[in-house]
Design a protein around this ligand. Structure first.
Ligand code: AMP
Ligand code: GLY
Length: 423
């Protein structure tokens, strides 16, 4: 089968590497992919948001199955456009992708269907939002309604900070139309867990849990990033909590989407916070997480293509989705300065022997040489019998990978180790 994967980051590299293991797969095309994937897929220089060109390519090439990985093309309706040409696809259609595309939609969905989440108010009028903040509990959380490159969430520790955030979103329009409406919500406290799931709109199969490390610096300091590393499974996510999440969050969400006429098929990502009052939803994503995918898929023992096709065909209840009981750790190697300004264009050296463990996010090929070309450059993932060994092994990989201006956190997995000690 000819497979096409839309997107170009480390997550897509992890999806491609897993799909390559499938005996049914003969060719994989990455649109646009990046230079670091050239050994695993045919790179096609079509941007992930260029839906017309994506559909054209798929039709001309005779693509048998498409995977749309990033949020933008999903929210823009890439799956709908491919389905119109009868190309089977993994990913939600536009009506379902709104669960990530609009925070106002997802908050209202949770309220209506009794799914636990932070208390909130929605505002379309700036003055109303500002006067609400005169008395709102502090800290508080301000969220732009629409997609904002992962930067649309501000945790405000003071009233003034909260008001500045509202003004920047609603008056200065730093996120464009994404800030026309905003959500102001209750600040929650507790360990965070990422749970990706496969769902065909009826059945929901959670994948192994994981823990992201969003801040740029060690000990969770510095700016928010796309994610600096992950471990799986997440030790805070016990079997009891998993059962509770299935009852109160996962199934109710899938049923709610169906009831709203927005049946969700694809990977539904639950960003959870384990609060004193039980697990609550912090955010939904309509896609695989990055860099969660780089620790979750290496632990998947079932054939990814088979599972994806079952999602598309609505037969997920008939397939076994098996995960290994090992542990995985992914350390992101970034360009120093990320997520603010950084230099790029430095040669990357990855020893051949560890290439299978590396998921490249931001690199390009120039005269046959691989050069850094983004903030997050690559992720190094190790799998081992224990969390401690997985962490050690992933840092051993990092030590063998070289490029100028490299930066990485040195404490990926430390909080998870601490959780294990606390029991
Ligand atoms: P998001 O972009 O929705 O993933 O939010 C980014 C991060 O902000 C989350 O991973 C949380 O760490 C934090 N966050 C979001 N909403 C809340 C909340 N209501 N209370 C506390 N932290 C939050
Ligand atoms: N790692 C969080 C995300 O993919 O949005």
């Amino acid at each position: 089968m000819k497979i096409m994967v839309v997107g170009g980051g480390g997550r897509e590299h992890a999806i491609i590497k897993k799909l390559k293991e499938s005996p049914a797969v003969s060719e994989i095309y990455a649109l646009p992919g990046n230079g670091g994937m050239a050994n695993d897929a045919t790179l096609v220089p079509i941007a992930a948001k260029d839906i017309e060109a994506i559909v054209d390519f798929a039709v001309k090439t005779g693509i048998d199955y498409a995977v749309v990985a990033p949020d933008d093309p999903l929210v823009l309706g890439a799956v709908d456009a491919l389905q119109e040409k009868e190309i089977p696809c993994f990913g939600p259609d536009r009506r379902a992708a709104i669960i990530e595309g609009s925070k106002v939609f997802s908050k209202n969905l949770m309220k209506k269907h009794g799914i636990p989440t932070a208390a909130y108010e929605v505002f379309s009028d700036m003055e109303a939002a500002l006067s609400y903040l005169d008395t709102a509990p502090i800290p508080t959380v301000i969220k732009a309604d629409g997609l904002a490159l992962g930067k649309g969430v501000i945790i405000a520790m003071t009233r003034e900070e909260a008001k500045d955030a509202v003004r920047s979103m609603m008056e200065d329009k730093v996120f464009g139309k994404s800030g026309d409406n905003i959500v102001i919500e209750e600040f929650l406290i507790g360990p965070e867990v990422s749970v990706l799931s496969f769902t065909d709109g009826e059945t929901v199969v959670p994948m192994i849990s994981s823990m992201d490390h969003k801040r740029a610096g060690d000990n969770d300091t510095g700016l928010n990033t796309g994610g600096m590393g992950t471990v799986a499974p997440n030790p805070y996510y016990t079997a009891d909590i998993a059962a509770q999440c299935m009852e109160t969050i996962f199934l109710p969400t899938v049923r709610a989407m169906k009831a709203e006429g927005r049946t969700f098929k694809g990977c539904l990502y639950f960003g959870l916070m384990l609060t004193e009052n039980g697990p609550k939803v912090i955010e939904y994503n309509c896609r695989f997480g990055d860099p969660e995918t780089q620790v979750v898929l290496p632990l998947l023992e079932s054939d990814l293509l088979t599972v994806m096709q079952a999602v598309t065909n609505g037969t997920l209840k008939d397939v076994d989705v098996m995960f290994s009981d090992k542990h995985a750790c992914c350390v992101i190697m970034a360009s120093n300065g990320y997520p603010s300004a950084y230099a790029k264009g430095y040669a990357i050296a990855i020893p051949e022997a560890i290439a299978d463990n590396v998921y490249v996010a931001g690199a390009k090929l120039s005269d046959g040489k691989l050069l850094t070309d983004g903030g997050r450059v690559l992720g190094a993932t190790a799998v081992a019998d224990s969390l401690a060994d997985a962490i050690k092994a992933s840092y051993a990989l990092v030590d063998q990978i070289h490029f100028d201006n490299k930066y990485y956190r040195t404490d990926i997995g430390a909080r998870a180790m601490q959780a294990k000690v606390e029991g």
